[in-house]
Design a protein around this ligand. Structure first.
Ligand code: 26Y
Length: 818
């Protein structure tokens, strides 16, 4: 590992401030200092970046291309510094320049090129791929505007554009030499190929854009490996010149320019919800076509037989969003390399693998034929042929069961079903937690599992301990290292060695004192950002994640309303003070989700300002929840709310970040919670609610009636009534829709999220939490055990499994010689 030289680094920062801004360090503002420091850090890693790619070429290693519409990277600077183990040297250098590293890190905008879980998982995976020394590219889109900034005004969410590139991105390198053309629209005609004498399909009268890549470094931990996140931007193909006027192509030139301008403009802020927008399909094909074309070109630079591409290349599809990749690869093989269909199909099968992240039906991608065939005429033809052959396979396997075709065809009911295409075309289909994979095999994708059981496998998600402990919680990281050494940084299994210290009173006290310090840090953040005073001695009970009905933030806030009623009824009741902390963005068009945000803020207003409860309950909604403030929030949590309706949360990854930071899970037996409880022991978590089997049974038999609960449970009835009687809003209709959804559900189906059904069991679990927290020694032990037992949930473990079982990659050692 190359050493970082403090003096060199200092003079680089001074030079950059000078050449970039014509200023001295004293004159430059914080943003300019950040830019200068970032450039100096980039200079330092560029040798490793080059050495990494040289090594990959020399060894001719297999490469995974992680295709994803989303990479929720967060800030880069702090993370790169810790992965370089340059913390001390850079911190000192910066202090000697009279600057403060924390302030500088705070200047960097989050790279928020993602919505939530799926996008953040991609970011953790890149960190692990580099740290483990596997050759990988992340391939995505360079959205001009990332995830919107959330501002709360009068309790309502307002969306503001996230202009993250305003000051430029010091870490990116534009690579115009690798630009490729991507074609949309037009029609397909058949031409005779002069060379082969065969028919050839050619797209004509299309519009095209130039896909231009920008590379971002992904630095491994202390190992010289720097992989690349390649994000594509669209530029107009240069037809807007005098020529096009002459040819009467003026109209088309303008259209192409508009197309280039719009494609990468903005990230769709929908999480787990398909909107069916044409521009979204354009985004998908745009970055997939560019990535696949480049991967094939790169492969062919060093090899002569395209038929063996699967030996060196694997495309991992992050959900169905990049699934057009299978058709794009077929197009390249058949149309450009003149490979016969059957052989092309086998090559494609061996090159593509698909990860499923959700069973929510509204998140399944289905595109109308009309739109699909108009936008991607050649790709559509290819998918039709894939479908024709796949339907024959289904009929051969199940000659007497017409229902199979209906349920499994790729094209059906006027729609292209992307999940069916991904499963038919790839060699691997994986779920993201054991329970989720079982539900896929036995329920959602049962027919596919029956026909192709060998494709199905589980890869339980993980998170990177380097960002979420080493960077986000330095106090706890130092404590762990002091106790057990620093092996946990690259092998989280070692953190189990902390277990023995849970019986040592001094260690427990130290651990809880660190938690307290982190709570003070978060309290300060809340004071600065919300103007709310919170007590760091209270229980910090936290639910941070995207807002979605299935995640049941509503259950949480209804319970707060109930607790508040209880306190009002019995002011002298013993009650351990609690701070309920929420953070969540709602998709801009998701009305009920926005209404739940408003409810949380309205309850906060009433409860926080009621002197009679003596500050025993505080409710805080943290504005603009994102990766950078998440790091501070996880570190400060006592209770981790993971309360999704069982069967609905595929895995969850926030649950793992809380666990790592010593928060105790309060949750349902859903997603990876099941495996968390398995690791830490059910006595060290608070579990409640319906099981996924029970939920699924209710879904089938329709025997759930929330009105029965409303009629028989006075406390629940009181809380519901307060939604519409003016307690929390003078506008009696403000929360009417929420009220109705709880009692009448939607479209004749009772509340699909079983909120009232699980309410009592949740409230009881919350009482157990309070009782446990009151026993300080017991709580400290539980909390510490959560940290100790989280070894399984490192994304390093997950990536090892992908690398060994799906991608078949070999590890690389990189030597820097300069
Ligand atoms: C627009 C539409 C097609 C769509 C957009 C985003 C559909 C889904 C998504 C995002 C899904 C997502 O984030 N899923 C989450 O993936 C995490 C990583 O695997 C899981 O931990 C989490 O349970 C799951 O909800």
């Amino acid at each position: 590992m190359k050493e970082l030289n403090k003096e060199e680094f200092k003079s680089e920062v001074e030079d950059y401030v000078k050449v970039l801004f014509r200023k001295s360090i004293k004159e430059a503002d914080d943003q300019q200092i950040f830019q200068a420091v970032a450039y100096a850090v980039k200079d330092f890693i560029v040798d490793q970046w080059m050495a990494t790619h040289r090594t990959y070429e020399e060894k001719d290693v297999k490469t995974v291309y992680y295709l994803s519409m989303e990479f929720l990277m967060g800030r880069a600077l702090g993370n790169i510094i810790i992965n370089l183990k340059g913390n001390q040297a850079i911190k000192e250098a910066i202090e000697e320049l009279g600057l403060n590293l924390d302030v500088i890190e705070d200047q960097e905008p989050d790279a928020a090129l993602g919505n939530g879980g799926l996008g953040r998982l991609a970011a953790c995976f890149l960190d692990s791929l580099s740290t483990l020394g596997y050759a990988a590219y992340g391939c995505g889109i360079r959205y001009k505007y990332g995830m919107f900034k959330q501002v709360i005004e009068n309790g309502y969410q307002i969306e503001k554009p996230d202009d993250w590139l305003k000051y430029g991105n010091p870490f990116e390198i534009k690579r115009p030499e690798y630009a490729v053309e991507v074609k949309f629209g037009g029609y397909v005609s058949i031409k005779k190929d002069e060379e082969t004498g065969r028919n050839k399909f050619v797209q004509e009268n299309y519009q095209s854009v130039l896909a231009v890549p920008y590379d971002l470094p992904v630095v491994g931990y202390n190992n010289n490996v720097v992989n690349t996140l390649r994000i594509w931007d669209a530029e107009a193909i240069d037809t807007f010149n005098l020529d096009s006027f002459d040819k009467g192509d003026y109209q088309k030139a303008v259209e192409q320019q508009n197309l280039a301008r719009t494609i990468c403009e903005v990230l769709y802020p929908n999480d787990n919800h398909m909107a069916g927008k044409e521009l979204r399909l354009k985004q998908q094909y745009f970055f997939v076509s560019a990535s696949v074309q480049r991967a094939v070109m790169k492969y062919m630079e060093k090899h002569d037989d395209i038929r063996k591409i699967h030996e060196k290349v694997c495309f991992q599809l992050n959900d169905t969003h990049p699934t057009v990749a299978v058709a794009e690869l077929m197009r390249i093989l058949v149309d450009e390399y003149n490979i016969e269909w059957d052989e092309a199909w086998h090559i494609t099968n061996k090159t593509c693998a698909y990860t499923n992240h959700t069973i929510m039906s509204e998140a399944l991608e289905k595109w109308p034929l009309e739109l699909f065939s108009r936008l991607l005429p050649r790709i559509y033809q290819i998918i039709e042929e894939i479908n024709r052959r796949f339907v024959l396979d289904i009929q051969r396997a199940y000659p007497d069961d017409y229902g199979k075709v209906e349920r499994m065809a790729i094209i059906y009911d006027g729609q292209v079903k992307m999940a069916h295409l991904a499963i038919a075309a790839g060699f691997s289909v994986n779920g993201v937690a054991r329970l989720h994979t079982e539900i896929l095999k036995n329920q959602e994708l049962k027919d596919f599992y029956q026909m192709m059981p060998e494709k199905f496998n589980n890869k339980t998600n993980g998170i990177t301990q380097r960002r979420f402990l080493l960077h986000g919680n330095p106090l706890l990281a130092d404590f762990v290292t002091k106790k057990i050494g620093d092996d946990w940084i690259t092998d989280l299994k070692h953190i189990d060695e902390l277990s023995v210290y849970t019986d040592d009173e001094m260690s427990r006290k130290e651990f809880m004192n660190i938690k307290y310090q982190n709570k003070v840090r978060l309290a300060k953040y809340i004071k600065e950002h919300n103007g709310i005073e919170v007590n760091p001695r209270s229980i910090f009970d936290v639910q941070v994640k995207r807002l979605h009905e299935y995640k049941r933030q509503l259950l949480n806030i209804l319970h707060v309303m109930y607790l508040y009623n209880e306190l009002k009824k019995n002011p002298d009741k013993e009650f351990y003070p609690r701070t309920f902390i929420f953070g969540a963005k709602a998709s801009a068009g998701y009305h009920r989700a926005k209404s739940i945000i408003k409810l949380i803020n309205s309850v906060a207003d009433v409860v926080n300002n009621d002197k009679s409860i003596d500050g025993k309950i505080k409710v805080v909604f943290i504005e603009n929840y994102r990766v950078s403030n998440a790091e501070i929030i996880f570190a400060a949590a006592d209770v981790s709310e993971q309360i999704s309706t069982a069967s609905k949360e595929a895995s969850g990854t926030g649950n793992m970040k809380f666990m790592l930071n010593g928060a105790v899970t309060l949750g349902t037996m859903d997603g990876a919670n099941v495996e968390i409880v398995e690791e830490v022991g059910k006595e060290n978590a608070f579990i409640f609610g319906l099981s996924s089997d029970e939920v699924i049974a209710y879904e089938h038999n329709g025997q759930y009636n929330p009105r029965d609960i409303y009629n028989t449970d006075g406390d629940i009835r009181a809380v519901l009534t307060q939604l519409v009687d003016g307690t929390y809003s003078s506008n009696l209709d403000e929360f009417r829709d929420i009220y109705n959804s709880l009692l009448d559900g939607q479209g004749g189906r009772p509340d699909m999220y079983f909120i009232l059904k699980d309410f009592r069991s949740y409230a009881e679990a919350q009482e157990r939490v309070s009782a446990a927290y009151a026993d300080t020694a017991k709580w400290a032990k539980m909390a510490m055990l959560n940290t100790a037992k989280c070894g399984k949930f490192s994304s390093d473990r997950t990536i090892e499994e992908y690398a060994q079982e799906i991608w078949h990659l070999e590890k690389v050692k990189v030597e820097v010689t300069t």
